[in-house]
Design a protein. Structure first.
Length: 160
């Protein structure tokens, strides 16, 4: 093989590798819009398959059931009873968690994070969920400030 052919292949390979690295860097630095409702976890259901109505009626997280499910706003919502399902269907906005069920503290900082259903707050008749116990404790100390910040950040997160 001639030196010219080897040099040509080397340049082409360098170009390809550089191009792949550029694409990888762009993908890593891109911000993708969040889905309007958090439906992560193995359940692939809104708020990890917990009943949003139960937070208000029982003041605790209660696992929902596929027997009482409802598609709303692009997500599958699970409920622990027909009564809770009916209440949600009648007025979803009364029970839907703020910021699509993502961690409210994360949203206040311009990002999203999953949630642990047991770390919640009902404040001014709205449900807020958090990522962990430490985040929840931080959230409680300045929730009014975090809510104000999250209300500004949430539309940006949805549009990016």
């Amino acid at each position: 093989m001639s030196k010219r052919t080897t040099k040509s292949r080397s340049l082409r390979n360098s170009f390809i590798i550089g191009f792949i690295l550029l694409l990888a860097n762009l993908a890593a630095n891109s911000v993708f819009a969040a889905k309007p409702i958090y439906s992560g976890g193995k359940e692939r259901a809104a708020i990890r398959g917990y009943d949003p109505v139960a937070y208000f009626t029982q003041n605790k997280p209660v696992k929902g059931s596929q027997d009482f499910s409802f598609k709303h706003n692009g997500a599958n919502w699970l409920f622990s009873s027909q009564e809770n399902l009916d209440a949600f269907k009648a007025q979803p906005s009364d029970y839907t968690p703020q910021y699509g069920g993502y961690c409210a503290y994360a949203v206040s900082n311009g990002s999203t994070a999953s949630i642990k259903p047991e770390y919640f707050t009902i404040y001014n008749d709205k449900l807020y969920l958090n990522y962990s116990k430490s985040v929840y404790n931080k959230w409680l100390k300045k929730k009014d400030t975090y809510i104000d910040d999250a209300n500004v950040e949430w539309p940006k997160i949805l549009e990016n």
